[in-house]
Design a protein around this ligand. Structure first.
Ligand code: PRP
Ligand code: URA
Length: 207
């Protein structure tokens, strides 16, 4: 699992623990999710390319460096939209696509119901965001969808992943890195992550 990156920064781990806590209400959950996502984005953008530009300070002309990559951010509806603000706080220039996928509660199979993606996908660094990788079905389907639309550089950002889902993901997409705050223990018989944080969509939206 060399493409699995667990982000162990203390601020990330601290906020993840608050998110797991059943006493954290929807309002607090949304705030924490945005803050935590921003810390994670800070980590996963470390290797992004820069180019030199001329900049005039109040005192003189000098050379500065700016990001040399276009970024397309793709949250997976619904829960992924809870991470959107956190990413955009750090990379406000990103274009945003949306993919609608839900997991059938009986079969646990992913069901695609919406896709709207910007045309820049082939040249862009694509960041797919969803708080949970459980069976991996939704994440696998989302990566297939953006690849079909031409995406070549993809990062998958989530909060919590289950070993079963990560294994299935890398079988399908071995070259797409996953960034997560935690690799949890296992899935339960209903496909929920243990210890996990519950149903991410319900906790974000209060449903
Ligand atoms: C959750 C989560 C992932 C998916 C993970 O979404 O946000 O998209 O489950 O499960 P998987 O790895 O087994 O596919 P859910 O299906 O509950 O939809 P929602 O975000 O609309 O609530
Ligand atoms: N989806 C969630 O939101 N939580 C889980 O634990 C599994 C799938």
């Amino acid at each position: 699992m060399t493409n699995l990156h667990i982000l162990t920064h203390p601020l990330i781990q601290n906020k993840l623990t608050l998110l797991r806590d059943t006493r954290t209400n929807n309002h607090k959950f949304r705030l924490l999710l945005e803050e935590l996502t921003a810390f994670m984005v800070y980590e996963i953008t470390r290797s992004y390319p820069l180019r030199e530009v001329e900049v005039v300070t109040p005192l003189e002309r000098t050379t500065g460096r700016v990001l040399d990559v276009s970024i397309v951010l793709v949250p997976i509806l619904r829960a992924g939209t809870g991470m959107l603000g956190g990413v955009l706080n750090l990379v406000p220039m990103a274009k945003v696509g949306h993919i609608g996928i839900y997991r059938d509660p009986k079969t646990l199979e992913p069901v695609e119901y919406y896709a709207k993606l910007p045309p820049e996908l082939p040249e862009a660094q694509v960041i797919l965001v969803d708080p949970m990788i459980a069976t991996g079905g939704s994440a696998i389907a989302a990566v297939e969808l953006v690849k079909r639309e031409g995406a070549r550089r993809i990062q998958f950002l989530c909060l919590v992943a289950a070993p079963e889902g990560v294994e299935a993901f890398f079988e399908a997409h071995p070259k797409v890195p996953i960034y997560t705050a935690s690799l949890d223990r296992q899935l339960n018989e209903h496909g929920y992550i243990l210890p996990g944080l519950g149903d991410a969509g319900d906790r974000v939206f209060g449903t």
